[in-house]
Design a binder for this molecule. Structure first.
Ligand SMILES: C[S@@+](CC[C@H](N)C(=O)[O-])C[C@H]1O[C@@H](n2cnc3c(N)ncnc32)[C@H](O)[C@@H]1O
Length: 370
């Protein structure tokens, strides 16, 4: 089924007016994060190495953590990470919340209009959905209250994501990188596992007009925005508010389930049930694929930075995620092949002239086949 509509969009665009101060802050934030994850990490590593000695000295996590805690570049990095992100949402004059709040009535009117005109299968909302306790109030990424409580949460989240991967000028570039790794073929029916504001699914549909595109999320404000954005692109996405642990799709339904930044936001106790459900709704030989950040094996310095990210950005479940035996769980729930490989195109090394490069972050690519 070709899901791209022929007729022009019925909905006008939803656009948040952004002041010059607001835009400047986001430009500054991207530059600051790039500085922190580049030259500042190089400076940090140089000092760490001179205190610890060359590898393999001081390569256990606790020692590395104690050493980094004492280093000024790490203290600056930590302070800046925490508070620049906090300012991003909360600055009274030009934070994301203040900006969308000032336009509240107009933004809600636009979302309401597009929701009201949505065909039933394009936007299935469930006001009685029981939100899992692990999700209900967690302020992931310092988004106070989480993404399900305020009607503008989807819009705030969409703006916030622009600087999630600051080295990418195009925040949707990360989706292209993921999709490029998948086997080149036609996918009749796909599911975006945690569709959020819809940008990944829209990117997929642009690349694969043949696919019937489904997206599931717990957040009604995100789904409403995803529907609005789909209509701006003249697309028909099939969005539904469901818990990924209890989907209403039949068995053997999807050729592909993809995800972006999802596993680290799920508590390990729920991961087996979530993967079992994904396995159930996949067709035989279907693929469950996505990317996720992780600790880099044997690299204590990177591991400290990665773990500190959990505290600095309210990534409540990411430290337990690093210890989750996801490949064993995938096999337990029935996947016949569980491949986990470093996602080198996303991994970022900081180059130091004449010296070994430093790993500032680490991403893995996950491909589980039914
Ligand atoms: C880190 S965001 C990722 C959003 C999107 N994939 C992106 O690329 O920006 C995680 C999303 O998963 C959703 N989510 C978390 N747990 C879920 C669950 N159990 N069922 C459905 N959606 C869930 C959240 O509401 C949120 O929109």
């Amino acid at each position: 089924m070709n899901a791209v509509l022929r007729e022009p969009p019925q909905e006008p665009a939803l656009k948040v007016a952004e002041s010059r101060d607001f835009r400047s802050y986001h430009a500054f934030l991207r530059a600051a994060r790039n500085y922190m994850e580049g030259p500042l990490v190089a400076e940090m590593y140089t000092r760490y190495e001179s205190a610890a000695g060359p590898p393999p000295a001081a390569r256990d996590l606790e020692t590395a953590e104690d050493m980094l805690d004492e280093l000024l570049p790490f203290q600056v990095y930590s302070w800046a990470f925490r508070h620049l992100q906090r300012f991003k949402y909360h600055r009274p004059s030009f934070g994301i919340f203040a900006t969308v709040q000032a336009q509240r009535d107009a933004l809600i009117a636009r979302l309401d209009a597009s929701t009201a005109s949505a065909p039933a299968d394009e936007l299935r909302l469930d006001p009685n959905l029981d939100l899992p306790a692990y999700f209900k109030y967690v302020p992931f990424h310092q988004h106070t209250g989480g993404v399900t409580h305020d009607e503008l949460d989807g819009i705030a989240y969409e703006i916030g994501r622009r600087t999630t991967v600051p080295s990418h000028g195009d925040p949707n570039g990360i989706y292209h990188l993921l999709f490029d790794t998948l086997p080149k073929k036609s996918y009749a029916r796909v599911l975006d596992w945690g569709v959020g504001h819809g940008a990944a699914l829209i990117t997929w549909q642009q690349m694969h007009p043949e696919s019937e595109c489904h997206g599931v999320d717990l957040s009604a404000p995100c789904l409403k925005l995803a529907h609005q954005r789909a209509r701006e692109h003249r697309m028909r996405l099939l969005l539904s508010q469901q818990d990924l642990e209890h989907l209403d799709f039949p068995d053997n339904h999807f050729d592909l389930i993809f995800f972006n930044f999802m596993l680290h936001e799920l508590p390990p106790a729920n991961t087996p049930a979530l993967l079992r459900e994904a396995h159930r709704v996949l067709k035989p030989a279907g693929l469950f694929a996505g990317h996720e950040f992780h600790v880099r094996p044997g690299d204590a310095f990177q591991n400290v930075l990665q773990r500190s990210h959990a505290w600095l950005n309210n990534e409540t479940y990411s430290v337990p995620w690093y210890d989750t035996p996801i490949d064993a769980i995938a096999r337990d729930v029935g996947f016949k092949r569980a491949s986990i490989t470093p996602f080198e195109r996303l991994n970022r090394s900081v180059l130091r002239p004449g010296k070994q490069a430093v790993n500032a972050n680490h991403w893995n690519l996950y491909q589980f086949e039914k």
